[in-house]
Unconditional design. Sequence first.
Lengths: 111, 163, 115, 971, 534, 92
Amino acid sequence: MNQAVAVPAWVSMITAILLIAGAAITLIGALGLLRLRTFYERVHAPTLGTTLGTGTIVMASMIYFSAVGSRPILHELLILFFVTVTTPITLMILVRAAMSRDIIESQKSSQ
Amino acid sequence: MTRWIRFPLVSVALLILWLLLNQTVSAGHILLGSLIAIIGGWSLTLLELPIARMRRPTAMIRLSALVLADIVRSNIAVARIVLGDDRGRERKSGFIDIPLELRDPYGLAALACIITSTPGTLWANFDASSGTLTIHVLDLIDESEWIRTIKSRYERLLLEIFA
Amino acid sequence: MMEIVLSLGIGALAGSGVWLILRPRTFQVIIGLSLLSYAINLFILVMGRLRIGAPPVLPGATKGDPAQFADPLPQALVLTAIVISFATTALFLVILLVSRGLTGTDHVDGRESEQ
Amino acid sequence: MLLIAVIALPFAGSCVAVFFRANDRNAEAYLAGSISLVTLLFMATAYPLVVGGGVVRYRAEWVPTLGLEFVVRIDGLAWALAVLIAGIGLLVVVYARYYMSPADPVPRFFSFLLAFMGAMLGIVLSGNLIQLVFFWELTGLFSFLLISYWHQTAQARDSARMAFTITSAGGLCLFAGVLILGNIVGSYDLDRVLSSGDTIRSHALYVPALILVLLGALTKSAQFPFHFWLPRAMAAPTPVSAYLHSATLVKAGVFLLVRLWPAMGGTHEWLWLVGSAGLVTFILGAFLAVFQQDLKGLLAYSTISHLGLITLLIGLDTPLGQVAAIFHIMNHATFKASLFMAAGIIDHESGTRDIRRLSGLWRLMPITASLAMVAAAAMAGVPLLNGFLSKEMFFAETIEVHDNSLVDQALPYVVTAASMFTVAYSLRFIRDVFFGPPPKDLPRTPHEPPFLMRLPAALLVLACLVVGVAPSFTVGPVLDSAARAVVGAALPEYSLAVWHGFTPELLMSAVAMAGGVGVYLVVRSRLLVSEGPPVLRHIDAQRIFDRVLVALSWRLARWLEATFGTRRLQPQLRLIASAALIAGLAPFFIHGLAPGGALGTPFDLAFALMWAVGIACALGAAYQAKFHRLAALVMLGGAGLATCISFVWLSAPDLALTQLAVETVTTVLLLLGLRWLPKRTWQIDSSGAPAGIRWYRARDFVIAVAAGSGLAALAYLVMTRPATESIARYFVENAYVKGGGTNVVNVILVDFRGFDTLGEITVLAIVALTVFALLRRFRPAAESIPVPEQQYAQDSADEAHPDRQKGESVKSAMAAPALIVRLLFPVVGVAAIYLLLRGHDQPGGGFVAGVIMAVAVILQYLAQGTIWVEARLRVLPVRWMGIGLLLAAGTGAAAFLFSHPFLTSSFSYLEIPLIGAIPVASALLFDLGVFALVVGATVLMLIALAHQSVRSHRAPRAPGAAAKPSVSEVR
Amino acid sequence: MSRLTDHLIIAPVLLPLLAGAVILTFGSEGRRNFNAAVNVVSSFALVAVAVGLLRAADAGPGLAGVYRLGDWPAPFAIVLVADRLSAVMLLLTSVVAVAAVIFSLARWHRAGPHFHSLFQLLLMGLNGAFLTGDLFNLFVFFEVLLAASYGLALHGSGAFRVKAGLHYIVVNLAASLLFLIGVSLIYSVAGTLNMADLAALIPKIRADDLALLEAGAGILGIAFLLKAGMWPLCFWLPTTYAAASPPVASIFAILTKVGVYIVLRLWLLLFGNEAGASAQFGGEWLLLGGIATVAFGIVGTLASQDMARLAAFSVLVSSGTMLAAIGMGQVGVTGGALYYLISSTLGISAFFLLVELVERGREPGADVFAVTREAYGDVDTPDEEEVGIAIPATMGMLGFAFIGCALVIAGLPPLPGFIAKFALLTAALNPSGSSPGAPVPMASWALLVLLILSGLAALVAMTRAGIRAFWASPDRAVPRVRLIEMTPVVVLLILCAMQTVHAGPVMRFMEATAQSLHAPHNYVRGILGQKAGG
Amino acid sequence: MNTVLTWSIMTAQILLVLAMACAAFRILWGPRAQDRVLGFDSLYLNAMLLLLTFGIGSGSRIYFEAALIIALLGFVGTAALAKFLLRGEVIE
Ligand code: NA
Ligand code: NA
């Protein structure tokens, strides 16, 4: 599948754990999309993925590639940074939109 | 010089961004990156970005550590909720209003990012005229507890930084 | 086995796309065309056969060995196709808006059909 | 060469004639007259060459590869007809000079007349059948223009159109017939065709060819059942009638029959087809002529009848029949032309052509009357006039045994009976117009016309007399050479004497004369009150023709168009999809299905699940696109994301990058558009849909499923096949070595196939310009003009609040995101530049960089609004596009300086102090052009759309538009 | 590649591209005269270039040259090839373009923004499509010309244009997608995109892959036939063409010819007699489709009230005739078809221009124009005094031109439509190598019948329309026609007339063209070098 | 590349794709527009993480930019959708 580069066992262990942990927490967050009852509750769910999920997987990637390339690889941090900065933008607008629409709808139904 | 580098922090950040993207610290890229960073910073003057006054690096570090810890903790808490581990109690979620003293746009933006990024809390609305922040909390046990947390843990530090 | 998955994917995209472009509303048509162009971009790509994990980027300043890499030509063709379909989607969007403004309907024929 | 001039001269004159002053009748007449005269003189000089069977030819190359030569060929027949055409042409020109009123715009008239003369000369002098057809169609055209000269009257228009339609249709048939003849003979050369009679007659295609040629000839010569256009054509000015219906147009048909008789005659089919057409026309024309009340109408039917007589002669299929036909062609031309002129004079002087109103003109215009009477007598076949001679020959021919059928045996009696009608209408012409009481209530008081107006008719009548008295001294040699040209050396003996003794034909003539007088006396009283011929009176050919034409060329055509065509889009797309399906599947039915090898890749659960999501999104989009547009848009994005991930999986990172960037822009774009689309409510639930719609849906569903499965099957068949040796090898091997980049895809895009990229960015530029142009005039539907519901609600809440301004609450809530977005502007820009610069070696490139740069700009619009951004940031997208295009093309063209072809790239290392060697490829410059263009085009499109909101907010509310806010269609 | 003349082949693409770019960069909307000047100069230059290429192509063994873009060797990169066919198409395009541009200067170029740049870019697309020797590059140029045509079809706006334009765009988008499927399928089997290389490879395709190859070619064919306007894929055409503004419709007459050109080029190149198992693939469909198209065109011609629609249906007749002729697969017929292509395109282009001038006096078109302007409050209000003084005998000139167009379209003498039909039919009835009087194939009869009927239909329809326009209302206002509007029409018709007079040399050229199309050894060898193309 | 890593990457990818499926559920079933947009946002994030894992699995840095672009621009589409819900138009 690729240019097999030998990585130390501890590196692969740590990478594996981080990967699975990150994916698991992301999945839990996504499950929240299914299980939580109202929209406002559901909005909380994806932030699991954007924070801890992304953080651990980015870390896994950094560790793995640093080990492969035998020099520190840092630019994955950019991903973490961008996700952290941009996710709130969407969610804030979305929540505000939902509130606004709820108000309009309640006004309509009261008429 | 100051005419061109109105936002030195931004320019430095852009240079770092450039070097990180290219994964190098070669002289050529530092030069090229600087050029791009200066142009990038200058572009913000076109967009009339408010001038940021940031102080107290220690407060910044403290805030970062605090946020990081809160995020990890909240992640676990919300994961439990999602997985249905409510420990037998009725969970309640809802909006709360928090009066803020913070007015600095950067401070508010930072607070927005922090609150939204922390699982379990959501920045829902901010009324600039009254300075009221509305947040949504997933697991709302005690409203005043939340108000205190936000104000004392985050707003205080942010006021220090962006005063 | 990915061949089967991809074929199904291409088929579903294309089938949905064709269904939509046969619908009478302009918005349906634009969504259909977009789905179709996804299907066809994938289709062009797989015409160079499947290669996983072998992007056509040479490891260094060398003469490349074709056996080591995915076929780069379909990729170049898809890139061109993506650009062109983006452009035409934009154009079609605008014409459907203009048509809607001028004719008062979003029917593709500029008037509601009698049936 | 001079021979070509004979044909070319009238056309040249026609071109000159247009440029005279509108009422310059004299100059026009001089021009036209001298051209006719020159033609006559030329013919006179050529006479010695053709007399006694000589042929003069001139061949000019025209289209040699098609065997098409321009051959001018003069033999006796052609000579005789050319003289008739030019001679009567000259007389008609003189006559027309006086006939046309000073108010008539004569340049047109004389121009068409000359052109028509040229076309007629072209027909008779053609030595090539295609050339003959060429001029044949030209006569149709110019006769159309001449007949419709007074086009302000509906009658002139309709009759011209009918004449043109019928004769041109016949001409097209003739064309087809000639093509078949050419196929049989292997040449279109007249000499070759005339000498291949036996080959033609024995060929399987003889009958079709004959029928087609006859359709041409019979329509032109107004033979039954195509005769009806001719009487209508009398709407033309009389000089036109005198020319077209005596010597020229209608004679073209019979000329052609005589011309081709050696090649095609001599068969049973010829005898029956030509003969019966002629016979019926002869009888019918004569019968109908008697009942005409219009002078010109009478002459028109008489023309039909005489042409029938000629056709019958030709159809009788004997050499002498041809001789008689040629003779009668000449004779009829002379007396009929003079009769038309006389009729014209009467019309001109008295203001009417109605026989019932005219009478006693003998006293008022004795000279004209005398002329007309002599000519009419010739028409009736009175001895000592030319008509008598050819009629005698005709009678003689009918007596001959041809195929001894019943018709053949009855023929002499039938034609004698029909000739009675000929005599009767001639008598009527003389008696009812020139004798009887003086006319009353005429529009004008008739008197003799100017001498020169009478002169042409007088000369023609003189010709009738001279020929009639001394035929062998006058037309004898001419007829002989014309006959030899047709019949050949084996020309049988015939005599042109006036007196042959007491022969059966003389008896027939006498019977016809007496019978004619009798018929006239019998029907005379009824004629004065009748509206037309008995029985046939109710058949209005014009109306029938018009109705048939409308039914065929309009109603039927529209029905066919509607049945076999559509103006709706969906059927068209259905057809396209079906056609593509057939085209894609049919080869497998022919060559069989050859499955490829084994599956080359392992199963990947994640990939399969990912596609399950993608497929669900695609199907969902298909399901929701009608009522939940926003949902469909989101699902489309989901399907697109699956595609992007597949690109990554399939080793195409460049594609993934590009598709992702494009996805983003497309979403924004479609959302911008969604604003202007109407609300759609769930009106009918699908179970209640009418059966028709359900059927359409089922059909579309089948097509969609088939198309999807078809494409899937094709993809599967290819994927499971071993890779073929392809040109890609060269690209991989040389991307770095010769192209200077390690990202092969990018090197292909900017170098190996940079030309494609240049085209592709041009497409983008064009589309952006079009979008811009369209949106400049965009006018939203009334219900979309008001601000959206949400804004309305938010604004009214703000207005209700004491210390808030309109829009403030949302603005303050959005302050934080807006600030972050502004900060992101340089960040996204840096990312774009990064992707641009590394593109040659790593995934990236000008296009994706350009889109990302455009996103950076659009984000600002999104966060801050159009007005805010444009007050601060002036992007000049069109300029960007222009510069980008120039840069890309200029980089390519720079290769010219180094004597290399367009787009030849070069790369080298540039040594820069401090930094070291950096690779500089001209391809990067090219990519920079791509970048600039993409930024410009993308921004232009998005901004142009975004501006609509600003425009419509500014626009005063349309009076009819509802003040209520529009309701967004999302749930 | 040392002399400037070697670069002549790229000029037809590069010149309009640069002209378009220059207009975009330096010519703002206020500088319409500048834009117009660039457009006119470039169009005239294109005529000169095309003449040069035509001469070069006719001088050599049929190839003016092969231009290897980027100096990469064929078949790997893109080549431009100028042979007789390309050169003649280039010339035709540039001539019609000059006429259309000049015509537009009177008023139409003011009917919307970016007319001149779009026009030049359309020419770029057309010329590129005629020159390219690469299948995918052909797609790109198709898109260029289509994109520009979308813009131009909508030039002037108005509900009827937008409605027609919407159909036009959707249908052509669908066709573009089919194009991509076809090209990529062919690539998957043959591994090349170069047309000449493809021609060399097709005989060697494995039997297992034949079905895929033909599926690709078939789908590709659908895309081309759709653009060529073959029934039943042609219904978009009449409405679009009739709705387009006159100069645009006039240049659109070339657009369908691109589809025809490609069919001619590719079908004969790839599926000629040497294509092995796939030889003559789909020929009968071309023939049948062509015949059906002519039949539908005839019906449509008759059913048209509107002159522009009549002209549009004539486009269909012309396309159908070409397709049927190509489908017969005989050199002589192809030669005749090429001659026909020139005359019918010139005639129809002239007619599209003329229609508006004729209708102008009757004002429906101008009405719409005015309404559009009024309703949308656009800035492009043409100043009235620009319309100019009516030329003397305006109606006479218009009538004369109308007759000319009618004669070309109906195929009547003296204009070359007649020679063209004769050339087609005589070749169809007398296939090369057959003795006189030999049996004639059924297809030839069908062609004969259809050409005769199409001529008759055109004649009936044109007389009907002409009588209504010119004669039925004698008191109609004489249209105000400017000299620069009339001149292009007359020049196009004069060119037609010259085609009759010089029918010999023109026909010889076309037959040579047909010869090299049917035996493309020189073409293949010219691109791939001496080894290939056996 | 050892087995542990291979299996963990595979597992992580499956988990992430399942997360995508959950997000797709919201896209498909709503019930309201904001739910769909939320699902879409989540879908993009999961896709980005999937690409990161794929990058690790292939041991190549080439896929990084694709993930980076999603991280940086993935929000633009959803933000535009959210803005549309909020204001009824994307750009005012
Ligand atoms: Na949160
Ligand atoms: Na939070």
